[in-house]
Design a protein around this ligand. Structure first.
Ligand SMILES: Cc1cc2nc3c(=O)[nH]c(=O)nc-3n(C[C@H](O)[C@H](O)[C@H](O)COP(=O)(O)O)c2cc1C
Length: 206
């Protein structure tokens, strides 16, 4: 598939068919994800790919994040949209595979009144690791989509980070996001993109 189409036609899918995903296809997608750029090429990300019984247990843990996600949804959405949005936290849309992305855990304390340079110095590692992991996740989403697979990038389950990490032996890591993955069982319309978010400086207005 043409890259422009892959980028534009990828959607967050919240309802999956139960069909298993062949291991070779998963491996291709993961390999492409790992070609993402990373700060100072440190590649400090780690991925855990889960299916079968452990995936069922993971779902039980993730579903507990609903009550914490609810206030965020209430800030933005109507009751109907809230119920639709919560559904994916209940069962991860029925996705047969879940990919979890972690980075090294590092507590960052920013003292009040610290100047921007001092702040960036303290945040440097976490900032770089998070952005690198985000690049990897976007690669994963696009590689999956180009193979007819569907995904949903999720940070809401981070509310259950301690339990998820303990279950999967990821203590000492920071959970960045989880990505349910499988074959799509819905084709939602593209949510509109905002306009007027780009300022062109030094360009002609003609
Ligand atoms: C950092 C990040 C976190 C997200 N977390 C969630 C989430 O917890 N639950 C969810 O249903 N969707 C989540 N999404 C998906 C967004 O809601 C989705 O990307 C957005 O509505 C645009 O839709 P599209 O991906 O179909 O273009 C997340 C996306 C990003 C980039």
């Amino acid at each position: 598939m043409d890259l422009d189409r892959v980028i534009k036609e990828r959607r967050s899918i919240r309802k999956f068919r139960p069909d298993p995903v062949p291991r070779e296809v998963l491996q291709e997608v993961i390999e492409l994800a790992l070609w993402a750029p990373s700060g100072m090429n440190r590649q400090e990300w780690e991925l855990v790919v889960v299916q079968g019984k452990p995936r069922d247990r993971l779902l039980e843990i993730v579903s507990k994040s609903q009550e914490y996600v609810l206030p965020h949804l209430q800030e933005l959405f109507s009751e109907k949209m809230i119920n639709i949005s919560l559904q994916v936290f209940k069962n991860l849309g029925g996705a047969p595979v879940v990919v979890l992305v972690t980075i090294p855990k590092e507590a960052v304390h920013i003292p009040e009144g610290l100047d921007p340079r001092g702040r960036y110095y303290l945040e440097f590692n976490r900032y770089s690791r998070l952005l690198s992991a985000a690049a990897l996740i976007q690669n994963l989403l696009l590689a999956a989509h180009s193979r007819g697979l569907a995904t949903c990038w999720m940070t809401g389950p981070k509310y259950m980070e301690e339990e998820i990490n303990a279950f999967l032996g990821m203590e000492g890591r920071e959970l960045v996001s989880i990505v349910p993955l499988g074959y799509p069982d819905q084709s939602p319309p593209a949510p509109p993109r905002k306009e007027n978010v780009v300022r062109w400086v030094g360009f002609d207005n003609t």
